[in-house]
Write a protein that binds this ligand. Structure first.
Ligand SMILES: Cc1cc2nc3c(=O)[nH]c(=O)nc-3n(C[C@H](O)[C@H](O)[C@H](O)COP(=O)(O)OP(=O)(O)OC[C@H]3O[C@@H](n4cnc5c(N)ncnc54)[C@H](O)[C@@H]3O)c2cc1C
Length: 234
């Protein structure tokens, strides 16, 4: 088991309970990861917690971004929240197979709730930086409970307006507001046409309930399970 060490470089609160931390690699000096992977932070000798890397390795391998929800308020969250700038974390990883396939389809649908956006943000950024991949249509469906829980809005709006992503829809399950859709993030699945489905892949991340429901809805639309990629956080 190889342990890596990184130091906290920046920390900021980006939504009601969501924090974004940037870490700089210390030992080794780079983190050799693939978009979608996570690290397993050593909280104490008996406790580890997993956090997906929200940045792209193509942006930097010396630094990486995590975003986490402070609501669970357990050992993992408190370990992170008590960190000061330059404090160290020890972790195992990168780990995980929730990554972009070697042959992406023409339509790539990214479906996330809450901090489930983290690995998807990394994948989307990698596709955008790899300009050759821009032939793929990126569709992003991102849901939270309330408007104050939403984050990365400026970033994804920018990607939408400069044409890097084709579609970006924000869902609020407990609020009705302009420029957002009220209800669950999965609701668009019912309207997918068979033409789109024939050349699409789906990347789903968030809580188990949403991931299971999205997967079942896609299977009911005759999406092949090999085109559905998912990660469950809790
Ligand atoms: C592969 C993987 C990647 C992950 N990546 C991230 C990430 O990028 N960002 C992130 O915020 N979390 C992520 N998680 C969840 C994270 O590992 C911890 O479970 C979470 O931070 C809670 O840890 P804790 O010790 O503070 O609370 P715990 O005491 O472990 O959990 C308290 C309770 O909260 C539930 N819970 C955990 N996460 C959430 C949540 N987001 N919303 C509501 N309830 C929750 C747990 O199931 C448990 O019932 C990931 C989990 C996995 C398996």
């Amino acid at each position: 088991m190889i342990k890596s060490i990184a130091k906290l470089k920046t920390k900021k609160q980006i939504a009601n309970f969501v924090w974004e931390f940037t870490f700089e690699m210390f030992e080794p000096k780079i983190l050799d990861f693939v978009s979608g992977q996570y690290i397993s932070i050593i909280v104490d000798p008996k406790t580890r917690r997993q956090y997906s890397i929200a940045s792209s390795p193509l942006s930097s391998e010396r630094e990486f971004i995590l975003c986490f929800d402070a609501k669970p308020n357990g050992l993992g969250v408190n370990h992170l929240l008590k960190l000061n700038i330059k404090d160290e974390i020890s972790f195992i990883g990168p780990i995980g197979n929730f990554v972009l396939p070697s042959k992406p389809a023409s339509n790539l649908f990214f479906i996330a709730t809450g901090t489930g956006i983290a690995p998807l943000r990394s994948m989307i950024e990698t596709l955008i930086i790899n300009k050759s991949d821009l032939k793929h249509n990126i569709h992003l469906h991102f849901g939270t409970r309330n408007i104050n829980d939403l984050f990365y809005t400026d970033l994804f709006d920018r990607y939408l307006h400069d044409g890097s992503i084709k579609y970006y829809k924000k869902y609020l399950s407990r609020e009705s507001l302009p420029e957002t859709t009220s209800g669950y993030v999965t609701q668009f699945i019912a309207g997918l046409s068979s033409e789109i489905i024939s050349d699409s892949q789906y990347f789903i991340c968030g809580g188990t309930e949403m991931v299971k429901s999205a997967k079942q809805m896609l299977l009911d639309k005759n999406v092949s399970s090999e085109n559905i990629f998912h990660e469950e956080f809790y």
